[in-house]
Design a protein around this ligand. Sequence first.
Ligand SMILES: [Zn+2]
Length: 104
Amino acid sequence: MTVQTKHFIEPSDIIAVRIDCNKCNASVSLAIGKELTLNALAICPNCKRPWLKRGDASIDLELQKCIEAINAATTALDGWKESSKAAAVDGFTFRLEVKDDLAQ
Ligand SMILES: [Zn+2]
């Protein structure tokens, strides 16, 4: 017998975005749903090594887009859930499947 376990999350399950420095293992965790003032993420706050090849580049903009996309998905799904409920429609549940080793 083979047993397969699958793991799913909903966008609302995502509570933070975490960045780990590959050099020193320092981490920066940014809470989802909170106001962010992103700047100076071009380098690791601990070892001060650049996180991107270009010295003046920063991950701020793309990170902000990622966090906004998660927030937008959560907001849209909440809105659809409420409108389905109000219209007495069964609706749906949106989930993301994650790797088995990520769920442990
Ligand atoms: Zn570092």
